[in-house]
Write a protein that binds this ligand. Structure first.
Ligand code: DGL
Length: 279
C-alpha cells in the first residue's frame, strides 16, 4: 500500500530547493485532493508562504483502513516526506488521519503539526434545534477521538454520526470534472437529516476535507436547508498561530504537489495546475 515518493521530488534536489531555515515550506497532507479545501484557506490567510501539497493517493481511501496499519503507514510516509521536503510545519488536512495519528506524529517528529478534526464543538455552540449530524468517512465515525469530542462538547445535543463509504471518491470524481449520480449522493447523505419531536437537524458537520467540494450538490439534494459546516478556515487560523517565523515563500517558486502513487492522469494534472501547483 505504501507508494514511493516520485524520484522527481525525492533526494538532494528537493533538499537543496528547500534548504535554509528561511525557505522551508508548509506541508499540507491528505489521502487525496480533499485537502485542497484547506490549502485554499491557508493561502488566503498566509499569502506570502510556500506550500507543498502531498496527496497519498497510493493509500486512498483512508476511510476503510485498519487503525494500527494506518498509523504505521502515515508515520513511515512522514519520515520520508520530512527528510525530502524539510517542511517548517505540517497541516494534516484529513480528519480520518488526524483523529488517529496526531499523537504519533508529534511524538516522532520535531516540527509543529496542525490537525483537522470534526467541528463538533462549534456545531454544538451554533445549533438551535439541538440536532447535529457529522458526515465523515467510516474511519472518522468510529474513532474514540470523535466520540470524545461529542462527550466533551456536545452532551446537550443529539449528534448523529454518518459514515459514508463513497463520498470521498465521488468528490474526487466531481473535482476532476466527472459526473456524480445525484441518487448515489442522496443515499450517502440522507441519514444526516433527522426529525425528532418537531425539531430538525440544522447543522451538518463536513468532517472529511473532500466534502466541501460537494457542498453545492448537497445543498440541492438536501430535504431541507441546513448549515454545512466546513472547518477549513478555522484550521488555517490555527496554523497561522503555530507558524514558525522560519516558514517563508520560496523565491519565484510555484507551490508543488506530490502524489505518492506517482505520475497523475491528465484531469488531475489540470486540476492541480488550476490550484496553482506544479507537479
Ligand atoms: N479527506 C479525508 C478526510 O478528511 C479522507 C478521505 C479518505 O481517504 O477516505 O477524512
Amino acid at each position: 500500500m505504501i507508494g514511493e515518493i516520485p524520484a522527481v521530488v525525492a533526494g538532494e534536489a528537493a533538499r537543496q530547493e528547500t534548504a535554509g531555515s528561511a525557505l522551508r515550506p508548509i506541508l499540507v497532507f491528505d489521502s487525496g485532493i480533499g485537502g485542497l479545501t484547506v490549502l485554499r484557506e491557508l493561502r488566503t490567510i498566509m499569502p506570502d508562504r510556500s506550500f507543498v501539497y502531498v496527496a497519498d493517493d497510493a493509500g486512498f481511501p483512508y476511510g476503510d483502513w485498519e487503525e494500527a496499519a494506518l498509523i504505521c503507514h502515515i508515520s513511515d510516509l512522514f519520515a520520508r516526506l520530512i527528510e525530502d521536503i524539510d517542511p517548517s510545519m505540517a497541516v494534516i488536512a484529513c480528519n480520518t488521519a488526524s483523529t488517529l495519528v496526531m499523537g504519533e506524529l508529534r511524538q516522532r517528529f520535531a516540527i509543529p503539526f496542525v490537525g483537522t478534526v470534526p467541528a463538533i464543538k462549534p456545531a454544538a455552540e451554533r445549533t438551535r434545534s439541538g440536532l447535529v449530524s457529522v458526515l465523515a468517512t467510516p474511519g472518522t465515525v468510529k474513532r474514540d477521538y470523535t466520540r470524545g469530542l461529542i462527550s466533551d462538547f456536545a452532551q446537550k445535543c443529539t449528534v448523529t454520526l454518518v459514515g459514508s463509504r463513497h463520498l470521498a471518491a465521488m468528490a474526487e470524481t466531481h473535482l476532476r470534472g466527472g459526473r456524480v449520480d445525484p441518487a448515489a449522493v442522496t443515499a450517502e447523505i440522507e441519514a444526516c437529516f433527522v426529525e425528532e419531536g418537531g425539531r430538525k437537524t440544522d447543522i451538518v458537520v463536513l468532517a472529511c476535507t473532500h466534502y466541501p467540494f460537494l457542498a453545492n450538490v448537497f445543498r440541492k439534494l438536501a430535504p431541507w436547508p441546513v448549515d454545512w459546516l466546513d472547518p477549513a478556515e478555522a484550521i488555517a487560523r490555527q496554523a497561522l498561530t503555530l507558524l514558525p517565523q522560519a516558514a517563508a515563500r520560496l523565491p519565484d517558486g510555484f507551490d508543488r504537489a506530490i502524489f505518492t502513487a506517482g505520475p497523475v492522469d491528465r484531469a488531475t494534472a489540470r486540476l492541480i495546475h488550476g490550484f496553482g501547483l506544479s507537479g
